[in-house]
Design a protein around this ligand. Structure first.
Ligand SMILES: [Zn+2]
Ligand SMILES: [Zn+2]
Length: 302
C-alpha cells in the first residue's frame, strides 16, 4: 500500500461551516484518512494522509464543493497523524480578525497581488526599495528567510495585528512589500490586514516559500533552511554541502551552526523550541532560559 499526504487550503464563503465539517469528517472516516482539517465561514485548511487511492477519492469529492482548490501531494501517510480532527472555527488561520477578513467566490478580497517566483526576482531586480516581510513566527526565520527580510516580533499569528499597528513598520507603508510564508495561506490573510492598515503596495508569493524554493533552490533570494511543522522540523532546497547554501541558525548554547529545533526538556512547563547542536542537546536538553535558571550550569563553567 502506497500512502501520501495532501496539503491544501481554499478561501471561499461557506454559509454552513458545521454542515461542511460533518461532510468532511464522514468523507475522511469512510476513506480511512487521518489528519487535521479546519473549516470556517471563509474556507478550509487541511492536511490529511492515507492510502493513495483514498487520497485520490478525497481530492475528487472535495473538489466538487471547493472548485479550483489546489492540492499539494507530499510523501508520508496516515502514520504521520495519530488521529482525525475536523473542526469548525472562527478562522482557518488564527489572526484574531474573523470580522475583518472578506472573502468572496474568487478568494480573499483586497489581499496582496500574487507573484510567481520569477516575478519576485523581477520585482526585486527592478526596484531597490522592495522589502521582504516575513509572515511567519519569528522562530521560523531563525534558520531561513529572504535576503534582508524584515522579521516581525511575533510568536503566533495572533501577534501580527498588534505588531502592524505598533508604528514600527510605518516606514515601509509607501514601499513595495513582498509578504511571504511557508505555503502561502498565512499571507492571503496577512497581506489584506496590511493593506487595510495603510501599506500601499503589498505582494504575496503564489505557493509561498515552498514554490519559490522548488524553482530556485539555493540560487535565488532565499537564504537558509525552511522550518516545517512535522517531525523533520526543517527542510533544505538543495543538496547537503551546496556551496550556495547560507547557514543562518546557531546552537543557543555553544554557537555552533545548527538548523535543528528541539523542544525544551522542561516540558510541559516550558514550551520553547530552540536551536541546538547535537552535542549540546545530549548534555543539556534545555532552552537557554531554562538552562541558566535552574536545571544545570553548562559543563564548561565548573
Ligand atoms: Zn552546541
Ligand atoms: Zn525551557
Amino acid at each position: 500500500m502506497t500512502s501520501k499526504i495532501l496539503l491544501y487550503y481554499k478561501f471561499q464563503p461557506i454559509t454552513d461551516p458545521d454542515a461542511v465539517r460533518l461532510w468532511q469528517r464522514d468523507l475522511c472516516e469512510g476513506l480511512g484518512l487521518t489528519g487535521r482539517i479546519l473549516i470556517s465561514k471563509d474556507g478550509i485548511n487541511g492536511t490529511v494522509g492515507g492510502d493513495i487511492k483514498a487520497c485520490k477519492t478525497y481530492v475528487k469529492k472535495t473538489k466538487e464543493y471547493f472548485r479550483g482548490i489546489e492540492f499539494k501531494w507530499s510523501e508520508g501517510g496516515a502514520e504521520d497523524f495519530p488521529k482525525l480532527s475536523v473542526k469548525a472555527r472562527d478562522e482557518i488561520v488564527a489572526f484574531g480578525a474573523p470580522g475583518e477578513l472578506k472573502v468572496d467566490e474568487h478568494g480573499v478580497v483586497g489581499g496582496g497581488t500574487h507573484l510567481k517566483p520569477e516575478e519576485v526576482n523581477e520585482l526585486v531586480a527592478n526596484n531597490p526599495d522592495v522589502v521582504f516581510f516575513d509572515g511567519r513566527n519569528a522562530r521560523e526565520a531563525e534558520i531561513g528567510k529572504f535576503k534582508n527580510a524584515v522579521v516581525p516580533d511575533v510568536e503566533t499569528t495572533h501577534d501580527f495585528i498588534k505588531e502592524l499597528e505598533s508604528g514600527k513598520y510605518d516606514w515601509m507603508k509607501d514601499k513595495p512589500v513582498i509578504s511571504y510564508c511557508t505555503g502561502g495561506i498565512r499571507c492571503e490573510i496577512l497581506s489584506s490586514l496590511m493593506k487595510n492598515r495603510g501599506f500601499e503596495e503589498v505582494y504575496q508569493i503564489d505557493g509561498g516559500i515552498v514554490r519559490y524554493g522548488e524553482k530556485y533552490g539555493n540560487s535565488g533570494l532565499w537564504e537558509g533552511s525552511l522550518y516545517v511543522f512535522d517531525k523533520r522540523m526543517h527542510t533544505e532546497f538543495g543538496p547537503e554541502n551546496d556551496p550556495d547554501y547560507v547557514q543562518l541558525g546557531h546552537c543557543v548554547h555553544c554557537g555552533a551552526p545548527s538548523n535543528m529545533f528541539y523542544n525544551c526538556a522542561s516540558e510541559p512547563e516550558c514550551r520553547h523550541q530552540y536551536l541546538s547542536c547535537e552535542a549540546c542537546r545530549e548534555e543539556n536538553p534545555y532552552c537557554a532560559d531554562c538552562a541558566s535558571a535552574s536545571h544545570q550550569a553548562p559543563a564548561s563553567q565548573s
